[in-house]
Design a protein around this ligand. Structure first.
Ligand SMILES: Cc1cc2nc3c(=O)[nH]c(=O)nc-3n(C[C@H](O)[C@H](O)[C@H](O)COP(=O)(O)OP(=O)(O)OC[C@H]3O[C@@H](n4cnc5c(N)ncnc54)[C@H](O)[C@@H]3O)c2cc1C
Length: 401
């Protein structure tokens, strides 16, 4: 039996430890007092654990290095993940867009099932210890150094310390600079699935308004185009909501070269001509009352104020009508950046996939060192993909040590 150390008690680390414990003595080291601190807050505390799309379609939602994930996602699929938890009495439900949540809408249930399994398979968990360095001899890992200079020798190590985002949960990304010292290739880090910040001050007035099924498009980097549908939420700094978070993952790297214009269609299923008719539907009513059937009044009131239009439909000039229609069907907003990595759902960048054998998750640079989860340069869109990536890569690393 070899001795395996897993660093990081998130979904990737817990699953690695469980899978490795079939054949080895396993120690799991977590810097927090508890396991799964980030897992706990996923999906607003409800935990969108995976997505029921076929794995092929699933791979379309992985926007960084999907090919690298073939082995892990096929070795431990979304169905395997659900079955793993169902065997441990967790029930699930499928919501819109094939998103899977625990029936009871509580991430705690997932964390408890993982805890129970760690106990069951005999993983020793050490809390409140942080990995500060690794011991390498002849390009092979021999153990880890923890804070307080504790040294633990090991035959194999799995690093599953997460990305850089939401550092309060423990995943601060410091591991990347440690690994760099030993020749690991770390790609550039960007916040991803992150709210966007805009130049237009007036949109602050829309703060708190959420709109469903908006079409958002952008042109970025050498005329690449991206267009997505989904819900948005106006915030004091700009915009958030699922479609904005997903869009951020495409444009984040290019915002460093300058701002990017976003085009918003607030009623993609209503044509410009129909909007014109709705505006003038009842000449005695206010414009925002007429528009009520397609857009909320608090939104159109602010829009009309911004356009400086305060009149009944029958007094509206053609030019004013065009302005309203264009603002509803193709509002242009200047995105000047993203919120910081502290507010990003995931990290873009990490250990380069070129440095990792995708069939075993073993480093090609340091022997007997494996990686799992968000610490690697892999990322998916919202919808349960990132947790599945963590569990699948964790499982593959665990069975490969
Ligand atoms: C607010 C929020 C909501 C989210 N919602 C969803 C969702 O609903 N569905 C979805 O699929 N994804 C979601 N995600 C993304 C998902 O949570 C992550 O992709 C996933 O947790 C990554 O798992 P991981 O095990 O790789 O890393 P983490 O979950 O970050 O776990 C890493 C662990 O390692 C520990 N650690 C770090 N450094 C050290 C060290 N040096 N020594 C010891 N321990 C260390 C940390 O304390 C942490 O516990 C969400 C993320 C956030 C921030």
């Amino acid at each position: 039996m070899s001795k395996v150390i897993v660093i990081g008690g998130g979904p990737a680390g817990m699953m690695s430890a469980i899978a490795a414990a079939r054949n080895h003595e396993v120690i799991l080291i977590e810097k927090n007092k508890e396991l799964g601190k980030k897992l706990k807050i996923t999906g607003g505390g409800r935990c969108n654990i995976t997505n029921m799309r076929d794995i092929e379609d699933f791979l379309d939602k992985i926007i960084r290095n999907p090919k690298f994930l073939y082995s892990s996602l096929y070795t431990f699929t979304n169905l395997d993940l659900v079955e793993f938890f169902e065997k441990r009495d967790v029930e699930f439900k499928i919501e819109e867009d094939f998103k899977v949540y625990p029936e009871k809408d509580k991430s705690d249930i997932i964390i408890k099932a993982l805890h129970d399994e760690l106990d069951e398979v005999g993983v020793k968990v050490i809390y409140e210890k942080t990995l500060v360095d690794i011991i390498i001899e002849d390009e092979e890992i021999k153990g880890v150094i923890l804070n307080d200079n504790d040294i633990i020798k090991a035959d194999k190590v799995i690093i599953a310390t997460g990305g850089h985002s939401y550092p309060k949960t423990g995943s601060d990304g410091r591991i990347h600079s440690i690994l760099k010292k030993y020749g690991e290739n770390i790609t550039k880090i960007y916040p991803s699935l992150v709210p966007l910040v805009f130049s237009e001050d007036w949109i602050k007035n829309l703060q708190g308004i959420s709109l469903k099924n908006i079409k958002v498009s952008a042109k970025y980097f050498k005329n690449k185009k991206i267009s997505m549908d989904g819900d948005i939420l106006f915030a004091h700094f700009g915009l958030t909501g699922p479609v904005i978070l997903n869009l951020s993952s495409y444009i984040n790297k290019h915002l460093q070269d300058g701002s990017i214009e976003l085009n918003l269609d607030f009623v993609p299923n209503v044509s410009k001509d129909e909007v014109r008719k709705i505006i003038r539907k009842n000449n005695n009513k206010s414009i925002y009352n007429n528009l009520k059937e397609i857009l909320p009044v608090n939104f159109t009131k602010q829009l009309l104020e911004y356009l400086n239009i305060d009149k009944k439909p029958n007094n509206l000039t053609k030019e004013e009508e065009n302005k309203i229609v264009d603002s509803i069907k193709e509002l242009k907003l200047n995105c000047k950046g993203t919120k910081s990595i502290n507010e990003a759902i995931v990290t873009s960048g990490g250990i380069s996939v070129k440095s990792i054998n995708s069939s075993t998750m073993e480093s090609r640079v340091i022997k007997n060192l494996h990686y799992a989860g968000e610490v690697i340069d892999i990322e998916g869109l919202t919808g349960g993909y990132n947790l599945q990536i963590a569990f699948s890569t964790g499982y593959l690393a665990g069975i490969s040590v």
